[in-house]
Design a binder for this molecule. Structure first.
Ligand SMILES: [Fe+2]
Length: 245
């Protein structure tokens, strides 16, 4: 990269000056990102969107290593997500666009992509009061759900297995949680992987999946009908069937 002394800067033409001024935001973002990578941002400090992406990428990249531990990754990713500045201009623009946009009153959950990289993807979802994503799974994936606005209810289950000579499955209920702004729920490929997500008021959430969806993982995903009653008197155990596509 070229360096400039004070005299050269002083001699900049107006178009040159404007060019530098226009590139300042991206230069600052790059600097912040670099700082985050080098651990120069205090571990408790709020981080902007770019620094957040860099830190998540670093954690998610470890999924290819032999010692990858999904719960450990989710703990790290949760610590990073809890530091994300939800007032970051990039995020606020998305939040406000959906809150004020045609998504309101359209009778369905609104969905947008925030980021997609080789090792992870981040989505934005907006629920209105009464909107629900029925029980579904995330095959071979980890997930982190961050509540960005309102309150969101998540009911998670772990798959025990398929019933012998039946077309049904047994699930173990692991947790039901109502998340407020800044709170997080997680799932691994084995634990809490099936969930139902619902809202009783306008809610906005950020989902981080590692690895990201691909054709295979999307094809392997299922929606379930879960019995309301427990299975054969066993506390926390429910029978479920896969909904036909
Ligand atoms: Fe989900």
């Amino acid at each position: 990269m070229d360096t400039y002394d004070r005299r050269q800067v002083m001699k900049l033409s107006l178009p040159g000056f404007l060019g530098i001024a226009l590139s300042l935001p991206s230069l600052i973002a790059s600097a912040t990102r670099a700082n985050a990578c080098l651990g120069r941002i205090p571990s408790e400090a709020t981080i902007n969107w770019d620094a957040f992406l860099s830190l998540i990428e670093k954690e998610a990249a470890q999924q290819h290593l032999d010692h990858w531990n999904e719960e450990t990754y989710l703990k790290q990713a949760s610590a990073i997500a809890s530091r994300l500045n939800l007032n970051d201009p990039h995020l606020l623009a998305v939040f406000n666009r959906y809150k004020e946009g045609p998504g309101i009153g359209n009778g369905r959950i609104d969905f947008g992509k925030l980021e997609r990289q080789k090792n992870f993807e981040i989505s934005f979802l907006q629920f209105e009061k009464g909107e629900v994503i029925p029980h579904h799974d995330h095959p071979s994936m980890t997930g982190l759900l961050l509540c960005a606005a309102g309150k969101i209810k998540t009911e998670n289950y772990s798959l025990i297995g398929k019933r012998e000579q039946k077309d049904s499955y047994l699930l173990k209920h692991s947790n039901t949680t109502v998340l407020e702004k800044g709170k997080i729920a997680t799932l691994t490929s084995k634990e809490r992987n099936i969930h139902r997500v619902s809202a009783n008021e306008l809610a906005q959430i950020i989902d981080i999946f590692a690895p990201p969806y691909n054709k295979q993982r999307a094809a392997d995903s299922s929606y379930f009908t879960v019995d309301e009653e427990i299975f054969q008197g066993q506390a926390g155990i429910y029978e479920a069937t896969v909904k036909s596509p």
